[in-house]
Design a binder for this molecule. Structure first.
Ligand code: SF4
Ligand code: FES
Length: 398
């Protein structure tokens, strides 16, 4: 074993003994059950609400196959049970089958989160053979004309449907992830039926989160209050009708909620992800918060140490960092002050109360802005890509 590997192994063991020392007075944080691995930021789609950071990692900075394999082994050793291969578009990595096989051999449950547009049937079959356990496919709508426009890619919807069918033919469980906003919410009833027809186990009705790239397109995406009320009604009705057939995940979007959601289950509590270049992040959008330094799996620290000790994870853990009104609020242990990324995006300080909360002094202004934007006539997208964004009507491929 090299000196560095030896150091990391010792550190991981020590971090773990800290994590597991039940009677320790130090605050300890058990390693999460599941971890999101962003294999790459490369992606053929150009969704206007992309949650990847504004500054994308270039292909040349991505972890190598061997580095990802080391990460997978380390995750299994420290007790992680599930890994979600994500991106960008994870199938853009040529070594995906090899990585899935390695994860499977290490005893990890594997989920592939994909746009499905780069996935021929034989590659999906190879992934299944390598031990892939689950597939999640994102959909931009229910019909090609809407879905392809949102994705900024011709023929994408047809390809997704095809891959979803192959997924079930190969006996892999399927989740349909539908990202919803003002310009596709009218299709929700059909999307629910599409998930049933595709024999999906689960449908995630995911409202756009407005930080990062989505903030640039907020006026074109913000739903109306009327749409949100109709969505909640539709979801309730479908949940009842499809009990035992399809599980539907749905939360009211932030700008129309009274209290914020406990984002990520709390910062540094239940989740971390690893960026294409190897940064260990408390959430997928954490890099949008300027002023935080994130440790890398390429550093001489183990992942367990980074989770337990690094400044980025400890900065907003628990409740001690809170200012008013969160600090003395009876809900502080319930929602942990909401979303740090949204607080930063809307107030410039990630330590402020998430303005989605009605108790935030900024809530009313934010809600009014949402109402104004929802009523606006702005429907054109600014597409997401490595070129720095392409306005709709330009050469975006859809
Ligand atoms: Fe949650 Fe803070 Fe709002 Fe209280 S003030 S409900 S802790 S976000
Ligand atoms: Fe980062 Fe909510 S998305 S904390």
């Amino acid at each position: 074993m090299s000196e560095l590997a030896d150091h990391r192994a010792t550190e991981a063991r020590e971090s773990f003994s800290v994590l597991e020392r039940q009677k320790s007075v130090a605050e300890t944080h058990g390693i999460p059950v599941a971890v999101l691995l962003e294999l790459t930021h490369r992606c053929p789609l150009q969704c206007p609400y992309c949650s990847n950071p504004i500054e994308l990692d270039r292909g040349s900075s991505e972890l190598t196959t061997d580095e990802w394999k080391k990460v997978l082994t380390e995750l299994a050793e420290i007790g992680v049970l599930q890994v979600h291969f994500s991106g960008g578009e994870p199938t853009a990595r040529k070594d995906l089958v090899e990585l899935v096989r390695h994860a499977n051999d290490a005893g990890l449950y594997t989920n592939l989160i994909t746009s499905a547009v780069l996935l021929p049937r034989d590659r999906l079959a190879a992934l299944a053979d390598a031990g892939l356990c689950h597939v999640q496919i994102s959909f931009q709508g229910n019909e090609p004309i809407v879905a392809d426009r949102v994705a900024g890619l011709k023929d994408s919807h047809r390809r997704k449907i095809e891959v979803a069918k192959w997924t079930r033919e190969l006996d892999l469980p399927l989740t349909v992830n539908a990202v919803m906003h003002r310009q596709n919410l009218h299709q929700l009833a059909d999307i629910i039926q599409m998930a049933v027809d595709l024999d999906a186990d689960r449908l995630e009705v995911a409202n756009v989160q407005y930080y990062g790239w989505a903030l640039k397109n907020r006026a074109a995406l913000m739903p109306t209050l009327q749409q949100i009320e109709e969505t909640s009604r539709l979801v309730e009705e479908a949940r009842e009708r499809l009990k035992g057939t399809l599980t539907i995940d749905y939360v009211v979007p932030d700008y129309y909620a009274l209290r914020p959601k406990k984002c990520m289950g709390g910062w540094g509590r239940q989740f971390f992800n690893i960026s294409p270049a190897g940064k260990v992040l408390p959430c997928h959008a954490a890099e949008s918060i300027t002023g935080l330094e994130f440790e890398s799996v390429r550093s001489n620290h183990s992942i367990a140490w980074i989770w337990q000790n690094s400044d980025a994870f400890n900065r907003y853990r628990g409740t001690a960092w809170m200012k008013e009104p969160c600090r003395s609020c009876e809900f502080r242990e319930i929602d942990l002050g909401g979303c740090r990324c949204q607080a930063f995006a809307l107030t410039g300080d990630a330590g402020n109360t998430d303005p989605a909360c009605t108790l935030s002094p900024l809530h009313e202004a934010v809600f009014k802005q949402a109402e104004l934007e929802a009523a606006s006539e702005e429907n054109r997208f600014l597409y997401r890509n490595f070129a720095g964004g392409t306005p709709e009507g330009g050469d975006h491929g859809a």
